[in-house]
Ligand binder design. Structure first.
Ligand code: ZN
Length: 276
């Protein structure tokens, strides 16, 4: 693993040299490259005065935010129940999602978090693409959500969800893509690094514990999610809390807490996009 990582870093350094660094943001090869860590040295950006826009931490990065579900799903069962192929199985195109006991819906929650998160990333220079334009539509299918990230050549894809588990469980967890040989080989490792960065930032930024009812230490590897299986870009899901749990629900339904969630997710994405 260490040798492989070292080789990746060396390759990334060579790619950076070959592209002259300055044009890196627009080059697919450079965008794919793992950012070499620079222990004890100044950030690479300091030597790249031609990277536009200067001084912004996420300049040249593309982030796809995928707010789970949609406001019109519940009233369009035929459309969202249509089965689609996610490699490991066939699943409904989309689902309605869950809600808190008092009726705050997951689709409204995920949309609100994405709406708050987007400007935080844009302020740092990132190009942000959302998988749906509002909270009133139907779908899109999980296949289409993944395709949006792929087409955008996203440096990171974050799917935002709230869980609908048994009320006794609480806390958050991050879902990572499991290996599906021949399909997502190249993105399993960077997705894990993205997931670790999101997990750390979410825990410290929100104070929520790792989920007591799923995964281990706030992480769960899955091969049954279309958004992960079909992504050719680094991608994770975050289950921001259990909406069926009273304590978590009170937090997720609080706009001030959602602002904290957005800030935490921005911090996690920024850490990953810096380190690669
Ligand atoms: Zn969901």
């Amino acid at each position: 693993m260490r040798a492989e990582r070292t080789a990746q870093v060396m390759l990334a350094a060579l790619v950076a040299l070959a592209t002259g660094c300055g044009g890196g943001g627009a080059s697919p090869q450079a965008r794919d490259a793992t950012t070499p860590p620079a222990p004890g040295t100044a950030p690479a950006r300091a030597t790249q005065p031609t990277t536009p826009p200067a001084g912004k931490a996420l300049a040249g990065k593309v982030v796809v935010l995928d707010p789970g579900h949609n406001g019109g799903n519940a009233s369009h069962p035929a459309e969202i129940n249509r089965l689609v192929d996610i490699i490991t199985q066939r699943k409904p195109c989309n689902t309605t999602g869950t809600s808190t006991a008092s009726g705050y819906t997951e689709h409204a929650f995920t949309w609100d978090v994405a709406r708050r998160l987007r400007p935080l990333l844009e302020k740092e220079g990132a190009e942000v693409v959302l998988t749906r334009p509002d909270d009133r539509g139907v779908g899109p299918c999980i296949t289409e959500r993944a395709a949006i990230g792929n087409k955008a050549r996203a440096d990171a894809v974050l799917s935002i969800h709230g869980d609908g588990a048994a009320p006794g469980g609480h806390g958050f967890h991050v879902l990572l893509p499991g290996l599906i040989a021949g399909h997502n080989d190249a993105v399993v490792a960077p997705s894990r690094r993205l997931g670790l960065a999101v997990r750390a930032a979410y825990r410290s930024g929100t104070g929520l514990p790792y989920a007591t009812y799923a995964g281990r230490d706030g992480l769960e590897t899955r091969t049954d999610l279309g958004g992960l299986n079909l992504s050719t870009r680094p991608a994770v899901f975050v289950e921001c809390g259990n909406m069926r749990n009273r304590g978590d629900a009170a937090k997720l339904a609080d706009p001030a807490f959602r602002e904290r969630i957005a800030a935490a997710l921005a911090a996690g994405l920024t850490t990953y996009l810096h380190r690669g």
